[in-house]
Design a protein around this ligand. Sequence first.
Ligand code: DAH
Length: 337
Amino acid sequence: MIEEIKKVELELKEHLSNLRSKEDLENFRNTFLVKKGKIQQLFDRMRELPKEEKPLIGKLLNELRSFAENEFKELSEKIHHLQKKETKIDLTLPGRVDYIGHRHPIYQTMERMVQIFVDLGFNVAEGPDIEDEYHNFDALNFPPDHPARDMQDTFFIKSEKKLLLRTHTSPVQIRVMHSMKPPIRYIMPGRVYRNEAISARSLAEFHQIEGLYINYNVTFAELKGTMIEFSRRMFGENLRFRFRPSFFPFTEPSAELDISCFLCNGKGCRVCKHTGWLEIAGCGMVHPNVLKAGGIDPEEFTGYAFGLGIERVAMLLTGIDDIRKFYENDLRVLFQF
Ligand code: DAH
């Protein structure tokens, strides 16, 4: 009997050393561990043994059975684990991409615009987003009852009657004038706020670049030259220009600048609304009242100023026709630029 137990034990170990798969494992169980398996068969034969041999054989068989059961348990876990791991690796999946962050298209546009003006000799200044009525309106020659001051356009700060979110970058003109003497040649980029309904064309937060040049005998011709040179560098050499008379409280005379549509070459397309022209800036000669508010003598100095919308330029350059797309943070959009 002992011989036979040894034989089964050897056979069992042989099985174990060749065991590779779930099927092998099942096979092992069916051979040794089930009710009609080889171990139980040995147990069954204990009945035939003389009494005095029973304890020893019983002990050996019990040992063999727990050995087999333990091995079975361990190997099942191992194989289960391995298979789980295997099914986790799907070689057909696309690889993971490590995204490297980059500047937002609005800031890229702003930086290009700023760089062009810097190349033209402008310095860069910034002012606060939270402004007061004096810098945002009064000093810029807005009459007290001007509609732009209306609660509907301006975000006033509740607790402080005179504080508001700046509605344009023009108040930085006043801050620059107060901080230095002419000649002054500055651009002032920044974020501005208006209480406007959000649509494909407008947001309540957007960006502008303000320009200001003050010196002796500054003329409208210099303003035109600067705007034309900027536009050529930004949008291309072969543009035509149109300075349309306009009105702003802080400039006199005032104009709006149109450039011929660089997408259709002025023939008319969806972007220029079939007019052949794109409006890109407001500008004019600094109003004497504004110079005075800035502490500069309008009898001695003259100046020009301009304001450009950055989102507008970014839309033209990227072909994005809904301004909201810039701020939805959809990486499929942002990673194209
Ligand atoms: N501040 C004006 C706006 O937000 C834009 C503008 C127009 C600025 C003419 C200027 C200017 O400096 O001369 O609509």
